[in-house]
Design a protein around this ligand. Structure first.
Ligand SMILES: [Zn+2]
Length: 452
């Protein structure tokens, strides 16, 4: 049996036939998504293209992870295969696996594959190889049960349920809930996913865990605002030495240091750290250790910020792959709109450029099509004021832009001024001075029109 087979499935719910690719070999090195699907309980499970019902295709399969020397075979009992037929099916898959191995990759563990009797057993073997203990699995199963209970309960009993299970509501519980939401959305069950999001928000509001999160977020906001004020006070022409002094002032306040790096990461470049070293050597001996500590903290914080940016890029790249492989990208775009941000658009544009550079017309065509869909979805989801500002900023000439404001500003009223403020923040750092000039002219006219 080949490792991947195209087949036609008839939906168990609505009888619609649709095409699916069945994987008889799950190897995370080749297809990480297949492992994720397996752990979610859905190896070879395909949502119906018509009604979204998950359809599972039972098939003998091999799970192989060379990095963990793990090879497990699984023949679903429901297939009712004789012992001989089971051995033949696994033997065929093994042959396919070993003949496709790179040279020198054959290892002793492949001679004796383990077997799993049930899908759950297979999942547990995979998890154990990942270092997940049976106790951790048990705890996770309880978490899932708890999440399910919350989802199935009528809204009016949520407050008392939260009170009753307050101690079990923690970061892992919330993460489990988020995974379930993602799973539902990826199966095309958006309405249910939205409901679970509402339940999650209610739990966040009512639980001690949510309260703590909120208090921490508020404290963080206050810190960020006060650090931003300090930075502003340094003025437009602040030098690296000013930032060094500011950082040293925060020596005993790691949260302020963190806010400082988060706000102005680009200021902490190579030259900054060089100047910092000089400043340390010039400081009085009694101060040096303390200042040295600040420099080290800043180095660590900048590394953290860079890593987070890296992770955001990774997430955007994953989403892009998902969208490209989806038969219905518009639905997926709508479900993932909050993740479609500046970083995502940057990754998408970079991919278009790269495909164009390679001369891969088909890939660049698909990517550009996706870009248009994403932009259309973003525009459709924008409040009308923002959509209007966007149109104005993209008008062919300044005169036309101002004429649009002249004619339509009253339609939006003071909401337009608020929207202009939020756009101004997004435009800060925008390298194109023509856009900024047009923006300023637009705002002057809008203020004038609306106050007159
Ligand atoms: Zn169906």
């Amino acid at each position: 049996m080949p490792r991947a087979t195209q087949t036609t499935i008839q939906c168990i719910n609505c009888r619609t036939p649709f095409r699916a690719t069945i994987n008889a070999l799950i190897d995370p090195a080749q297809n990480p998504q297949a492992k994720i699907a397996l752990l979610a309980g859905g190896a070879n499970t395909f949502p119906c293209t018509n009604c979204g019902t998950p359809n599972t295709v039972l098939t003998p399969l091999l799970y192989h992870d060379a990095s963990k020397e793990l090879l497990v075979s699984f023949v679903p009992m429901e297939l009712g295969l004789s012992k001989d037929a089971q051995e033949k099916a696994i033997g065929d898959l093994m042959r396919d696996l070993t003949t496709n191995l790179p040279q020198g990759a054959f290892k002793a563990y492949m001679l004796q594959p383990r077997s799993a009797l049930t899908m759950q057993g297979l999942i547990e073997q995979v998890l154990q190889a990942d270092g997940v203990t049976p106790e951790m699995m048990q705890a996770q199963r309880e978490r899932v049960r708890l999440v399910e209970m919350f989802i199935q309960s009528p809204p009016e009993v949520l407050p008392s349920l939260v009170q009753q299970h307050d101690a079990q509501i923690d970061a892992q519980f919330m993460q489990t809930m988020t995974l379930i939401i993602q799973q539902l959305a990826s199966e095309g069950r958006e309405a249910l996913a939205d409901q679970v999001v509402d339940v999650q928000n209610t739990i966040l509001e009512l639980s001690s865990f949510g309260q703590t999160l909120m208090e921490r977020a508020q404290a963080q906001e206050t810190t960020i605002a006060s650090v931003a004020e300090d930075i502003n006070a340094l003025g437009q022409n602040a030098q690296r030495s000013d930032f060094i002094q500011l950082a040293v002032r925060y020596a005993d306040d790691p949260e302020r240091l963190q806010a400082l790096v988060g706000l102005i990461r680009p200021a902490f470049d190579y030259t900054f750290f060089q100047e910092f070293t000089t400043a340390i050597s010039q400081a009085p001996a009694s101060e040096r250790d303390r200042i040295q500590g600040v420099r080290e903290a800043l180095l660590e914080l900048t590394a953290q910020v860079d890593q987070q940016a890296q992770m955001a890029l990774q997430e955007a790249a994953n989403l892009l792959r998902l969208l490209l492989s989806s038969p219905n990208p518009d639905e997926l775009i709508a479900a993932n709109l909050p993740m479609i941000d500046y970083t995502f658009l940057q990754v998408l544009s970079a991919n278009i450029q790269e495909a164009t550079r390679r001369g891969d017309v088909s890939a660049s065509g698909r990517l550009k099509d996706l870009y248009n869909r994403v932009v259309a979805a973003l525009q459709a989801s924008m409040p009308p004021e923002l959509r209007f500002i966007n149109e104005v900023l993209n008008a062919p000439t300044d005169a036309e832009a101002l004429e649009m404001v002249n004619q339509r500003a009253v339609e939006f009223g003071s909401g337009l001024l608020d929207a202009l403020d939020s756009v101004e923040q997004q435009l800060a750092g925008q390298p194109n001075p023509a856009i900024m000039e047009r923006f300023e002219a637009v705002r002057r006219l809008a203020v004038q029109t609306l106050s007159g």
